[in-house]
Every structure is written in C-alpha cells, then in structure tokens.
Design a protein around this ligand. Structure first.
Ligand code: PA5
Length: 430
C-alpha cells in the first residue's frame, strides 16, 4: 500500500450523539435494500458504480500524469474551465494537497467581472483545460469559445499546444470545437460529474499542482473496501448513512459541514454539490426528499451562523472538518506590554494555531452541550491518504442515504428546467 513518506495519518472520525440522536438509525429505514445493494457489489464487482472503481483504475492516474507532463513542457500555470462536477473535485484536491496550488486557477462561473482576468493572461506560460462531461454545458462552451480567439491572437498556431479538453461525448459540441481547432481531446471516463474527483477530471489538475495522487488513491481504495462491508458496525458509510437518513426523517433536514482549516474549505463546496444534486429528488411516490447542505467556515462563521446553530431550531446535523496539525502553527501572540488587558490576557504567549484549535474545540463542545448531533472528521490537510479516505467515505454515504430515502443519486433531472428557461431568455434577447 502506497503511503506518503511524511507523517501519514489516517482519517480520524469522532462522533458525539451522531448515532444516538432521536431518529438516527431508525428501524423504519429500508436497511435491507442498502445491504442487498452492497452484497451485490461485493459479489459482482462489475456492478459497482463507477466512482467505486476509480481508486483502482491505473488508466486514470496514468492519463493524469501523461497530460500533466505535456502541459508542464510549455507552461507553469493551468487554467481549468468547467462548472459543477467538472470543477469542484479538482479544486478540492488542489486546495488541500498542492503546495503550489496557485499554479491552477479554476474558472467555474461566467460572471463577466469574474471572468475578466481570464482573457488578460500571460499566454506563453499557461495551458487551458476545458472540462465538460456532456460537452454541451452552456457556461463552459461560452468560456472556451471566447478564450480561443484570444489565445490564437496572442500565440498564433502555437495556441494548439496550450489547450486541451476533457469530454466523454465525442459528438458533443466541445469535442467538435476541439477537433476544429486541432486541440487534443482527453477522454472523460463514464462516471457522473460530481463523482469524478478521483478520475482524470480531478487528478490532472492535482498532479499538475504537485499532489501525491498515489497516496490519495490508496486511501480511497482502503475506504472503498471498508464501505462495502455488510454490517453498519464495521462499515462506516452504512453506519453514518443510517444515522443521517434517520435524523432527516426525524426532522433534522439540514446538513452543516464546517471546515476548520483553509486547505479543507473547498471540501465543503464539493460536498455541497454531491449531497444536494444526489439527494434532492422526488422518490418513487413523488415525495420530495433531500437534506440541505450548508457549508461553513471556521472560525469566521462562529461570528455569523453559530448563534442560529446553538439556539435556533433543532433541524441540523453537523460534520466538522478539522486539521489537527494547525494547532502547532502560527505566530506567537506577544502579550508583554498588554497582558493586563482582560481580553488580551488569555491570548498572551499563545500561538495563532492554539487559538484556532481552542475555538474549534469550544464550538464543538457548545454544539454538543446543546444536544446537537456532531461528527468530526480529522485529517491533516496535506495528507493525501486521509483525503482519499474521506472522499470515498462521503461519496458512499451519499449513495447509501439515497438508497435509504428511495431516490436515484446519479441524475439531476430538475436542473434541466432552469437551463431550458435560460435558453428561452437568450432567444428572446434583442
Ligand atoms: O454532477 C453533475 O453531473 C453536474 O453538476 C455536472 O458536473 C455539471 O452540470 C457540468 O456538466 P458537464 O461536465 O457536462 O459540463
């Protein structure tokens, strides 16, 4: 098993009332449907969903390495165009793992002001990677089509070496445009966008930025095996899926995921999409299902959301992400001249990391004290092995909660409605 040389840590999970809050693990949930599904996946590996197979696919990691090497031949920076599952996974990996994460910029929006910097770039030093599984996403096509002429104008025929696309659909519009522009097409594997973090979609930007993807995938592979086990006691994804689905049925329909650590913050954005698009559905009887994910940032949101979390309605379940290594980092707060001041006294001589850790523990305990169900996922942000474990755990929990709520996790039928209406507006604009 490949593990990083520098102080590897596994994902640590700690829970406080998460499995015992009223409703958690309720006997009314269709547990047998979930365990039957797992039994089939154990017996017939070919029936496993694609995201579960990704940690073992050498092809994806080799593709990521090959293309990263090619990009690096002419550029020190990578610009990723794409939205939703075509951006969030890669962004999470780069932010958490890559020491020089600044080398990759993700443009995941089309607000014209946000996009302005895209066109004003040092093109000699940049590769553009447009990612769209369908090849039909309006935002990504608009980004790519507007950036191509700028690249041509600045680089002449050399622009071809500075761009590539990832798409699954060889007949989709993105592939047609890429072929016309003689830009290479990298194959998107048959896995849904929001489950594609461990495919070339997430791995390529991560390798480019210097991340250790072997350890990442080793962690994911270990967790994939654990999450296939038959019993909730030995299968963390099944155990926590039962808890979360049960608490949802008992009225805790908000999932707060709050990150303590800058490198962990993008995990909350990735999770928000995974949870919302996979679970927010109609079940077979037409009933609305889904837990609303709420992302938070420690400590900042202690001064914004925490009052509501502590004294507001008991409709939330909490997952806190925590990087224990931060406790030993940061400047020491000098207190020599001011230690007599009451607000300064407890800070004097402490590091910023100690203050950060104390605030995390204080928030955790305040939630527990109010009877809120809390789970803490601790991982060193720069530890790819633990991150791989966590990604697989959260993906499996999502799929198992979907099974328990009777919805299909891998589609997003309602999103089409907004797209159709936007197209109508576009057509009617003069
Ligand atoms: O998870 C999903 O499938 C979606 O969020 C897609 O990733 C998103 O809509 C972008 O689609 P595409 O990759 O086809 O451009």
């Amino acid at each position: 098993m490949h593990r990083p040389n520098s102080a590897p840590t596994a994902l640590l999970i700690e829970e406080h009332g998460f499995l015992t809050t009223p409703g958690a693990c309720a006997a009314t949930l269709p547990l047998s449907a979930a365990t039957d599904m797992l039994a089939t996946w154990r017996r017939k590996p070919k029936t496993r969903p694609a995201f579960l197979r990704l940690p073992h696919l050498d092809e994806e990691r080799e593709k990521a390495r090959l293309w990263s090497r090619r990009f690096r031949e002419q550029s020190r920076r990578l610009i990723v165009l794409g939205i939703g599952g075509s951006s969030l996974g890669g962004n999470m990996l780069v932010a958490a793992l890559a020491p020089n994460g600044w080398a990759v910029t993700f443009y995941d929006n089309i607000c014209p002001e946000f996009l302005a910097s895209l066109y004003d770039t040092d093109w000699e030093d940049v590769t553009v990677l447009a990612v769209s599984k369908s090849g039909e996403t309006a935002e990504t096509l608009a980004q790519f089509l507007t950036v191509l002429p700028v690249m041509r104008a600045r680089l002449g025929p050399r622009y071809r070496a500075h761009a590539a696309v990832i798409t699954e659909n060889p007949n989709g519009d993105l592939a047609v445009i890429a072929r016309d522009a003689e830009i290479p097409i990298i194959e998107h594997p048959a896995v849904g966008g929001r489950f594609s973090a461990l495919s070339v979609v997430g791995l390529l930007p991560a390798v480019f930025a210097g991340a250790d993807i072997d350890s990442l995938l080793a962690g994911a592979s270990t967790m994939a095996e654990e999450c296939l086990r038959p019993h909730p006691q030995e299968n963390p994804a099944l155990r926590y899926a039962l808890a979360q689905a049960g608490m949802f049925r008992a009225g805790r329909n908000l999932t707060v995921i709050m990150a303590y650590g800058q490198r962990l913050e993008k995990i909350t954005s990735w999770f928000r999409q995974l949870w919302a698009e996979s679970l927010g559905k109609r079940d077979q009887a037409g009933g609305p299902q889904g837990l609303t994910p709420v992302d938070g940032r420690g400590v900042t949101d202690q001064h914004s959301q925490l009052q509501l979390y502590l004294d507001g309605p008991p409709d939330k379940q909490f997952t806190l992400l925590h990087d224990p290594g931060l406790a030993t980092m940061g400047a020491t707060i000098p207190g020599d001249s001011f230690h007599h001041l009451p607000a300064v006294a407890p800070l004097a001589g402490r590091t910023i990391g100690e203050l950060f850790a104390a605030e995390f523990l204080g928030t955790r305990d305040a939630l527990i004290h109010r009877g809120a169900p809390v789970r803490v996922l601790s991982l060193a942000a720069a530890d790819p092995y633990a991150l791989g474990e966590m990604i697989l755990l959260l993906e499996m929990e999502t799929v198992l909660v979907a099974e328990l709520l009777g919805v299909t996790p891998f589609d997003q039928p309602a999103v089409e409605d907004g797209k159709r209406r936007a197209r109508t507006y576009l057509q009617s604009m003069t």
